[in-house]
Design a protein around this ligand. Structure first.
Ligand code: FAD
Length: 352
């Protein structure tokens, strides 16, 4: 972190709080900050809100959101957006936060955050809700891979119906690979699960179900490591694999590759706060980092007993907002209010 050398007043976006990350926790932070009278701008590298819920499991049911016995990742994000809407957040998508500069107290204090595209934001409070960092799939080192990507090779399933009637190879041994193999097999003309060993990282129930389906002839399982893609102009004909010195081709129109995520905080690791195991260390009173005024909530933060759960991120957002208000309104006494009796919320919802 540094102090700003060349602050051009005209190109700076002023906001009371800057939230980095529009995943479920960043979205709920908009609501909690709004409840204490703080308006927010929100930055995300991705072209849409939702973080892991939308990128990795939009259609999967989540069972541990209080009062929602079953809700899909996509639906949860829709509702969080609705809940945040009265506070009119300004979203900046496809913007990655790169640098943090502290503004000296005699120049007003607070921070300037610059994005990779050169946008600059000035705020008394910065809230990092960046999850595991940029959500990017691990790509295998295959020749010509780019030619097939988003045409016949995919790292996520957004629309299962687009795979109906296709010959599919699913590669990987974790939950995503097993879940999608089980779900897509009934739609596919033929589905092969390809994994380099007999052991799987996926939930035992999914592995058992997959084995049942193999026995019933509803999918194939092949031991092997992906070694190449056969086809032209992005049209896949086969997936080439290797096992125990033997190379073989599996006929395929589509390959779904689930080798995990290469989540990295990248620039956010260099902002000068304390880190532990690649995550940002916070206190548990307000989820503030070692830089006063900079908070970290959700999957990105670390403290004793931290669980990477959406529920935990929601709690962290609520406590963060109470402390953030002290920076944004240093002269104001902020009384804690329930949402049922919040005058700010009533006004925003047009019930004041
Ligand atoms: C398959 C799967 C199933 C799951 N099931 C459950 C479940 O049942 N219950 C549960 O509670 N949790 C579940 N989780 C975990 C849950 O999804 C995470 O705990 C949650 O998404 C964390 O939210 P977040 O907002 O902290 O981070 P994320 O959802 O990771 O969002 C972070 C956002 O920050 C953005 N970002 C990162 N770096 C930058 C930057 N430098 N600049 C701008 N933007 C940036 C990213 O693009 C991303 O959109 C599951 C996760 C997976 C993968």
């Amino acid at each position: 972190m540094s102090t700003p050398a060349n602050t051009n007043e005209y190109d700076i976006i002023d906001t009371q709080a800057l939230i980095i990350g529009a995943g479920p926790v960043g979205l709920f932070a908009v609501f909690q900050l709004g409840m204490v009278g703080i308006s927010a701008h929100v930055l995300d590298i991705l072209p849409r809100a939702g973080g892991q819920c939308v990128e990795l499991y939009p259609d999967k049911p989540i069972f541990d959101i209080p009062s929602q016995p079953r809700i899909s990742g996509g639906e949860l994000i829709e509702r969080l957006l609705q809940q945040a809407a009265p506070f009119e957040p300004t979203f900046h998508f496809k913007e990655s936060a790169q640098t943090l500069e502290r503004i000296p107290e005699d120049q007003g204090g607070g921070f300037i955050v610059a994005s990779a595209s050169g946008k600059r934001f000035r705020a008394p409070v910065v809230v990092i809700a960046a999850g595991g960092g940029a959500i990017a799939p691990k790509r295998p080192p295959l020749k010509g891979l780019e030619e097939f990507e988003e045409k016949s090779v995919f790292y996520a399933v957004r629309e299962p119906q687009m795979f109906r009637g296709k010959r599919i190879v699913v590669a990987g041994g974790g939950d995503s690979a097993l879940d999608w193999a089980i779900e897509l097999a009934p739609l596919a003309r033929h589905l092969t699960l390809l994994h380099r060993r007999e052991e799987f990282r996926a939930a035992p129930a999914s592995v058992a179900r997959m084995r049942e389906m193999v026995v019933a002839g509803e999918m194939d399982f092949r031991l092997g490591q992906i070694a190449g893609l056969v086809g032209e102009n992005g049209v896949l004909q086969a997936v080439r694999a290797r096992h125990a010195g033997e190379t073989f081709d599996i006929a395929a129109d589509v390959a779904l590759l689930f080798f995990g995520l290469a989540g990295r905080l990248g620039a956010l690791e260099k902002w000068g706060y304390e880190l532990r195991g690649g995550r940002i260390v916070v206190d548990t009173q307000a989820f503030e980092t070692s830089i006063p005024g900079v908070f970290a909530i959700g999957d990105v933060c670390d403290y004793p007993g931290k669980l990477k759960l959406i529920l935990s991120g929601f709690h962290e957002a609520a406590l963060m907002a109470q402390k953030a208000a002290k920076y944004v309104f240093p002269d104001r006494h902020i009384a804690f209010e329930h949402s049922t009796s919040s005058s700010i919320l009533a006004e925003k919802l047009g019930q004041g």
